[in-house]
Design a protein around this ligand. Structure first.
Ligand code: WT7
Length: 642
């Protein structure tokens, strides 16, 4: 594990929202000692309320209400309230399509677009309490659709545009949605992703859907079913740009976002309004240290929670300029991200370790082609970042001058919960560092007993926080069992972690990623990290494989950097390498070379699938979030050649 520590520079700290460790600790203590006062004051200062709440929170485990009795509106907070300030002509959304088309939408214009589209939804008979599915490419209208729903109190569920018709159908049915908002298609690696076709396929058994609104994006031919389907531009052609935001209860369901669980059925994670928005807004300042003049870019897709909280709701509530990019990072070439950073003079850049490793693999010549000096802060999310990728990101992308905020959170947590405040907290590559104010993590064993510092255990959270999920849609029992029933009375994250002597958290991965080899606890992450330190290795995924003698054995799936390698020789070398890096007990039993690793659409390696491959050589369960089924087929059949 890397021992490097990067302290904030005086230059960065002097201008930061939270400029010192003392300032961080003061905030943390206030939130811990008097959460009602802490969050109450922030809610008053940071958000607009039609009516003030009666109680900051009401905790009836495992159900919580934040700002109970308060009346607000997420869309009003993201758009309307900026119009009376200097932000009214500020760019809200700075967008680039994959083909290179571009749009700049000011807060005033966003207000008009959202209001008019809200009127279009009304025209189709939609109202507060209804559910809308949003299945769109990364175009500004995707954000407009989300905000228009929020404006009217329609609960939205964004389904990532890469999902199949089958996955879309399951979500529509579970949510009993009334409308699908979609587009003819979108662009991905130069090809059209035909969204409307998938919608048509999915709707066969979806009786609750009465309307499909279709944005013209690619201009290709699509079927339009009379009575049900209508074009976005035709629907809103003569509609007013005035549509008041609906006053909504603070606990009004803002959105449901589906995520894969351990069973085959995806879980609909429910987020509500006031608390969610407050924590998303605060973390924009605490973690991203957002300044009025910043251009901020989160590369996620709005189909994931990162896109919800850190492309749309957080940045817009905080009055930021948020960049949106439609396409792939490697199209038309591996410098697309850096090209956009240079062009828009991006100051804050937030992406995933997977993207970083993929770009690292292509070499430094791509970022070197561009002026990246506008960057001031970098972020990472979605999985642990291995120190080697961290150092590359820091040196090559950040020019050695930008702090990296490694942000730990989950679809369920709604907002970032463990991350450095970059002007205050010294960084250690690979650690999410310290908890946000109001977040009380602990590392415990299954009985809920805290484990010693430095020891691995389950990461739990002791107290409800404002942006916490409120339920699993239609399944409170699963919510209760899954999150609050594993360890008595606390929120179970499903992650393994350890806390070091400085109180820093090191998230090691999902609990089911922990292996036990000869009675030694091994983290897949630790071995992966060792493997990617080897100069030939691009990416690695490690799983436990049943073993007669040692219980489990370490099995590694490895992708290589460009070059000619003798697989037999390199396999042996890598086994020794891991043994040398970690200890002989961690030496892998098996190294399998592969062209690609199976990943979810958000870029997380699906170790569950790899585990199934090494255990049973077949794959079952929910694979709807999988990026490329071909990888699985190839990996599963590889065994036959062994
Ligand atoms: C799981 C949540 C958070 C939005 C995107 C993913 C892992 C996430 C980190 C990080 C180590 C991380 C955890 C977590 N994870 N961020 N910075 N360091 N692990 O959301 O799909 O709900 O996944 O991602 O294992 O539980 P998600």
């Amino acid at each position: 594990m890397s021992e490097n520590v990067y302290s904030p520079t005086p230059e960065f700290s002097s201008r930061a929202h939270v400029p010192s460790m003392d300032a961080y600790r003061a905030l943390y203590e206030q939130a811990k000692e008097d959460p009602e006062r802490f969050w109450g004051e922030l809610a008053e200062k940071e958000l607009f309320w039609f009516e003030k709440w009666k109680h900051v929170f009401e905790w009836n485990p495992p159900f919580v209400k934040w700002f109970a009795g308060g009346v607000t509106n997420a869309c009003y907070n993201c758009v309307d309230r900026h119009l009376t300030t200097a932000r009214k002509n500020k760019v809200a959304i700075l967008w680039e399509g994959e083909p290179g088309d571009q749009r700049m939408i000011s807060y005033q214009e966003l207000h008009r677009l959202v209001s008019r589209f809200a009127n279009a939804l009304k025209e189709r008979g939609l109202k507060k309490g209804d559910r809308a599915i949003i299945y769109m490419p990364m175009v500004p209208e995707a954000a407009v659709a989300m905000l228009a729903c929020a404006r009217l109190g329609i609960t939205h569920s964004v389904v990532f545009g890469g999902f199949s018709a089958e996955a879309l159908k399951a979500r529509i049915q579970d949510l009993e949605a009334a409308v699908v908002i979609t587009a003819d298609g979108g662009w991905r690696r130069g090809k059209e992703v035909r969204l409307k076709d998938a919608v048509d396929q999915s709707l066969a058994d979806c009786p609750t859907i009465h309307s499909v609104v279709v944005l013209k994006r690619t201009g290709s031919n699509v079927n339009m079913q009379a009575g049900r389907d209508c074009w976005w531009h035709e629907l809103e052609a003569n509609l007013s740009e005035v549509c008041p935001a609906e006053p909504l209860d603070s606990e009004h369901p803002l959105y449901v976002l589906y995520t894969s669980g351990t069973t085959g059925k995806p879980k609909g994670i429910l987020h509500t309004t006031g608390g969610y928005l407050l924590q998303a807004t605060m973390t924009m300042k605490w973690v991203f240290d957002l300044r009025e003049e910043d251009t901020y870019w989160c590369t996620a897709d709005i189909g994931w929670v990162t896109g919800h909280s850190y492309i749309v709701y957080g940045p817009l509530a905080a009055g930021a300029t948020t960049v949106m990019y439609e396409g792939a990072p490697d199209f038309p070439a591996f410098d697309r991200f850096w090209r956009i950073v240079e062009k828009f003079k991006v100051n804050i850049f937030y992406t995933s370790p997977t993207a970083i490793r993929a770009l690292l693999r292509q070499g430094e010549q791509w970022p070197k082609m561009h002026d990246l000096t506008s960057l001031r802060l970098l972020g990472s999310v979605g999985e642990p970042i291995n120190p080697a990728a961290w150092e590359w990101y820091h040196r090559v992308i950040g020019g050695g001058r930008c702090p990296i905020v490694d942000t730990w959170w989950q679809t369920e947590t709604g907002a970032i919960l463990i991350a450095p405040m970059p002007g205050a907290v010294p960084l250690k590559p690979g650690s999410g560092t310290l908890p946000m104010p109001g977040v009380l993590p602990e590392i415990v064993d299954l009985a809920g007993k805290p484990v010693e510092d430095g020891k691995e255990g389950f990461l739990i959270l002791r107290r409800p926080w404002p942006s916490m999920l409120r339920n699993i849609w239609g399944d409170p029992k699963r919510y209760e069992e899954q999150y609050w029933g594993r360890v008595e009375g606390v929120y179970f994250t499903g992650d393994a972690a350890r806390k070091d002597k400085d109180g820093y958290y090191w998230v090691l991965g999902r609990v089911d990623d922990v292996m036990n080899v000869s009675g030694h606890r091994l983290s897949t992450m630790e071995i992966e990290s060792a493997l990617v330190r080897h100069p030939a290795v691009a990416e690695a995924a490690v799983v436990g494989k049943p073993h007669e003698i040692t219980g489990q054995a370490v099995c590694c799936f490895v992708t290589l950097k460009k070059g000619d390698f003798d697989h037999d020789k390199l396999g042996l070398e890598l086994r020794h390498w891991v043994g040398k890096e970690i200890g002989a007990f961690a030496r892998p039993e098996e190294i399998r070379f592969t062209e690609a690793l199976p990943k979810t659409r958000s870029g997380k390696i699906m170790r569950r699938l790899l585990r199934e491959i090494v255990t049973s050589h077949t794959v079952s369960g929910d694979v709807t979030t999988l990026e490329d089924m071909g990888v699985i087929t190839r990996l599963a059949s590889q065994h036959d050649d062994d």
